[in-house]
Ligand binder design. Sequence first.
Ligand code: SF4
Length: 381
Amino acid sequence: MTQIKQAMVDSSQVDSELISALNEAGIEYVVQDDVDTQKHYRAGKKNLVVVDKKGDALDTCATISDKYICCNVKVLKSVSNCPYDCSYCFLQNYLNDGNTKMVGNDKALIDEVKETCFKEPNRIFRIGTWELGDSLALERETGQAQRLINAFRDIPNAVLELKTKSDIVDPILACDHQQKTVVSWSLNANTIVEKQEHKTARLQERLQALKKVTDAGYLVGLHLDPMIYFEGWETDYESLVRQMIESTCSSQIAWISLGSLRFNPEMKKKIEMNFPASDITYTEMIRGDDGKMRYPKPLRMRMYRHVMDVLSAALGYDDLSPQTGFDKPLFYFCMERWDVWHDLLGSSPTSIQDLDYLFAKSLQARFFTDLPVPNPIDYGV
Ligand code: SF4
């Protein structure tokens, strides 16, 4: 069933394939200039507004901070807002316009990606479409992921990451992806999915979708993020890790990340107002060096350590560190401090650029052996 109730085209250059996708999904659209903005982020979740690409759409992930180790992934701002309604979603505190907007001209997006990638041919770029939304939630209505998968196949030094909490993978299964797309899931303990990730695919539905894309030969990514504390978290996260590894094939897992709940201080009030039944703000949190609220380090460490133990056993690797060999899925923490890496893995990347380089090393060694071996200098290490 479509998530979108009305569509408006406020763009002079719309791909004919997007129009066909809207028609096939049975969505009537109107051409309209200057669509009114939606003040509340929830009000626009059912309105799709097709817009022109304005300025640069390719950027570095906005969470980057030199106080934490980030992975330097690039983001393609092709969509903004999301039909789902997670209690911790930062969009509730971020969007000036709540309409669900997507760029109507994929060619302009792809041209920008190509220009950036061709300027630095010795680098491998990881580029995601999920910064301000979900990469697959609207695939039935827009078909945009399919067009991006086809385009990325032909860019030698770029990998597309489609990150989702949906199970909408049927439209992409037949694409000729040539493993240039990583389909990744944001996964969480079942209790969190049920209580905090409203309107998303249920955990079992996501795991079935993970199995489908694995069978279709895609590379996959697994993000246990944001890990959230609750009574009984140990067994629930343990079961999640076992099930997710059983649902895929380790040789196709490009990367696995862990991250814990974090948000800007002003989000607390928004969460309590928008999700009065949610208890995620009850656990003690402290302000980190990047200004975001997080659990105190001992709790984060306890949660990570537990999941890492189960993960190591499920994958059959004693050592998860991304610095010790490139024959396994690349494991990393999202937005964590150096000391957390050291305490849990015995070492850490030396910088954001170094982690970016480790990703490239891993991708080249495991999947793209026809590309030149990455050189740290090309990554600014
Ligand atoms: S899936 Fe992501 S973008 Fe969508 S509501 Fe949840 S956190 Fe926000």
